[in-house]
Design a binder for this molecule. Structure first.
Ligand code: NCD
Ligand code: ZN
Length: 336
């Protein structure tokens, strides 16, 4: 049976810049109505001018495709209320990275002192600007996200009207935190619904599956699947599609990031079907939940997927996609 997905949204996407932007942006723009664009460029997106110029570069790259880049700023604790008021209409969220925790995050935050953060976070709360967080501490790699949950809770408690999105959650601890605080939400990636650390490093090392946060244990994956498949209203799809050139992945110092954007809808359709979840739930996970959480009115798009085999390409312009050279059960038939 064909599946029609309406107005797909990707609420966590890395489009990069320059030639990489030209390679990857059209791939998302073809099938998604919009995406939340991450600001971790070099240098990061930190001013209104940066936001506007980057948005224009994205729009230039995608030609006539109907696609909205929902822009973000790279969080700085120095952002003033007047600055945020001025930039408000150009952005959908602000993204916070702990310093040095992932690709291009060196200028991130080095501590979570509430008093230090209060002026900026109160202003964001009053102006209804959501805060997206890469929630990992500098601890042992498998424990980093679970160790960050108390920080999420501290922020949620001190700023009860601030919308906080726990980005790309990978643990059962984060799933459990969702229901403890009204103002906590989460994005979930495709790859964290499919793989565990065993797939990354249990046999031959697979650099194209290496990302931050690293894939965790089977029970974590189960917890993520449970909320995604039932389309828990506080979770939404965010691919965290993070392209790096093949040379940067197949290297002694492998860059973190899994490139999933062009195959995400096909693979999600298969995953939901195999797990006995309904197309309605996939629809909510891929669009309605995000529309409600972020109060978005996206461009209408309909993506029809049919049960025809799709062999995932080896590479898209020098970037190796997730599940490359494997056969998926669903193909994209038409996009209207
Ligand atoms: C992302 C990237 O490459 O920009 N990498 C990743 O492993 N997910 C950054 C991020 O979201 O952590
Ligand atoms: Zn990311």
């Amino acid at each position: 049976m064909p599946i029609s997905l309406h107005t797909p949204l990707d609420m966590h996407l890395h489009l990069r810049d320059g030639d990489m932007l030209k390679t990857v942006a059209p791939l998302s723009a073809r099938t998604f109505s919009g995406a939340l664009i991450m600001p971790n460029l070099v240098p990061p997106i930190e001013s209104k001018e940066d936001v506007i110029r980057y948005k224009n570069r994205i729009l230039e790259t995608i030609g006539n495709e109907q696609f909205t880049p929902y822009m973000t700023l790279f969080f700085k604790p120095t952002y003033s209320r007047s600055f945020l008021e001025e930039v408000r209409d150009e952005i959908t969220a602000v993204k916070l990275y702990p310093a040095g925790i992932t690709t291009n995050s060196e200028g991130g935050l080095s501590g979570f002192d509430i008093d230090e953060l209060r002026p900026t976070l109160e202003a964001m709360s009053d102006l209804e600007i959501p805060l997206c967080i890469h929630g990992e501490t500098g601890g042992f790699v498998m424990d980093r996200e679970a160790e960050f949950v108390p920080i999420y809770e501290k922020l949620a408690k001190h700023f009860p009207n601030l919308m906080i999105i726990m980005e790309h959650i990978t643990t059962k601890e984060s799933v459990e935190a969702l229901d403890r605080f009204e103002n906590l939400y989460a994005t979930i990636t495709l790859h964290h619904l499919m793989i565990t650390l065993d797939d990354v490093a249990g046999g031959m090392l697979r650099p194209h599956l290496f990302c931050k946060p690293i894939a965790k244990r089977p029970e974590d994956r189960e917890a993520l699947l449970k909320v995604a498949l039932k389309a828990h209203p506080k979770v939404m799809f965010g691919s965290d599609s993070a392209p790096h050139p093949r040379e940067a992945k197949e290297s002694p110092g492998c860059a973190a990031g899994v490139f999933t954007a062009p195959i995400a809808l096909q693979a999600l359709a298969e995953l939901f079907k195999k797990n006995g979840a309904s197309a309605e739930n996939l629809q909510k996970f891929i669009s309605q939940n995000a529309q409600k959480i972020y109060n978005l009115k996206p461009i209408q798009k309909e993506v029809v997927l049919t049960e025809e085999h799709f062999i995932v390409p080896k590479s898209y312009g020098g970037v190796v996609p997730f599940l490359s050279e494997t056969t998926l059960d669903y193909s994209i038939h038409t996009v209207i």
